[in-house]
Design a protein around this ligand. Structure first.
Ligand SMILES: Cc1ncc(COP(=O)(O)O)c(C=O)c1O
Length: 397
């Protein structure tokens, strides 16, 4: 029998808080020389490190153009603009708010479509059903690093003559049918922020094989200025600083080992949690590889004995940080609910939002930490009735 959970007064499994994510960055000594060179050159932006990083990424992803930008969000805004999108864009609601926020900044109307319950990614048939006469694009997401159904989505896009764009914020290190995600669709837009596998601080990459789109993004990230100060489009400043590009070059060399390590942590979680009733795992299709930007589980309260929120409270008492990505889903968020008719059927999105829990994972996580998280989940399940009663009691006080 497991020891009683911390929520019932026992010592927490972890003495210090276990974060849900942690950036893994190079040691200072390995960067010192190049950092000094950047400082001495006085060229903090638009210098050789951005160009070198772009070239490395283009080779890594096997795309013609990799454009460094200030964030995935600005990259999405520029991509939507560069494609000349108008009217409606089909998008999942089960995504991070930035996917949809960038659409609104480009003056587009989100049409929310449901996701596949098993993969958590945009369901190609739901995307097709959501297409309106005003639709100009489909935006899909590789949720938590799990590759979207790219071929099926491309078929829908081709049939209806709309663009396919990938919000690939979580996608560095993910493989679709054995190849890096990036060359598929009109463009892939990646994030390089602190919770990702490839971390530069803040930053993004737009990957595309289309010369025209690349040229427009180059201008768009420079205020819309082609160089003669007579702006051709209303652009923004979305440049990546040299320091960030330097971190990116070092990080890219370690990406593969980061993905492998995260996959081993994911295997450990699956193996240790799979015997507990009511826990579901994200399905990664055969032939694909998730980079496991996040490791998510779902909780079926009837089978597990606790709701997702009750389990979350038990884990918090054990000093384990979690996330509920994405609850609330975007179509229920204040800024976007006006784009969701009240009778909009998104049953899988709603179910996932109520059941999902993201557990700690990072690129050099000690396996003993993941094991400790599993023990915490196991003991919460074993003492489910007492845990629920304690939470009820605390709520009443
Ligand atoms: C799916 C998704 N899209 C876009 C973003 C925004 O990325 P950034 O912070 O680089 O703008 C995020 C952030 O994590 C995300 O999860």
């Amino acid at each position: 029998m497991a020891a009683r959970p911390a929520l019932l007064g026992q010592v927490p499994i972890f003495e210090k808080k276990v974060p849900v994510a942690k950036p893994v960055v190079p040691e200072f000594d390995g960067l010192a020389q190049e950092l000094t060179q950047i400082l001495q050159s006085g060229m903090l932006s638009k210098g050789p490190h951005v160009s070198a990083f772009e070239q490395m990424v283009a080779e890594h992803l096997a795309v013609k153009h990799a454009l460094a930008v200030s964030s995935c969000t600005s990259g999405l805004m520029l991509t939507y603009q560069a494609l000349g999108l108008t009217g409606d864009v089909v998008v999942p609601s089960f995504t991070f708010m930035a996917t949809v926020g960038a659409l609104r900044w480009a003056g587009l109307r989100p049409i929310f479509a449901d996701v596949d319950l098993a993969t958590t990614n945009l369901d190609p048939s739901a995307a097709e059903a959501a297409i309106t006469p005003e639709t100009s694009a489909i935006v899909a997401v590789h949720n938590f690093g799990n590759p979207a159904d790219l071929e099926e989505l491309q078929q829908v896009a081709d049939k209806h003559q709309v663009h396919l764009i990938l919000d690939s914020a979580h996608g560095f290190g993910s493989l679709y049918k054995g190849e890096a995600v990036g060359p598929q669709g009109a463009a892939h837009v990646f994030s390089l922020s602190a919770t990702k596998l490839l971390v530069v601080g803040e930053g993004g990459i737009v990957a595309t094989n289309d010369d025209e789109i690349a040229a427009r993004i180059r201008i768009g990230r420079e205020f819309g200025n082609c160089g003669d100060y007579d702006s051709v489009v209303p652009g923004i400043n979305a440049r990546m600083p040299e320091f960030n590009a330097l971190l990116g070059q070092h990080g890219l060399r370690r990406l593969e080992s980061a993905v492998r390590h995260r996959n081993s942590i994911a295997d450990l979680y699956r193996a240790q949690l799979s015997f507990l009733p009511g826990i579901g795992f994200q399905k990664v299709r055969d032939g694909n590889r998730s980079c496991y930007k996040d490791f998510s589980i779902t909780i079926d309260a009837d089978a597990f004995g606790l709701t997702r929120d009750e389990l979350n409270a038990a884990l918090t008492a054990e000093n384990i940080e979690t996330r509920k990505y994405y609850d609330p889903p975007v179509h229920r968020q204040i800024a976007y609910r006006r784009f969701a008719p009240p009778d909009l059927p998104l049953p899988n999105t709603e179910l996932l939002a109520s059941r999902i829990l993201n557990l700690p994972i990072w690129s050099d996580m000690d396996p003993s930490v993941a094991s400790g998280v599993c023990v915490a989940i196991e003991r919460a399940h074993e003492f489910a009735d007492a845990v629920r009663a304690e939470i009820k009691q605390e709520t009443l006080v």
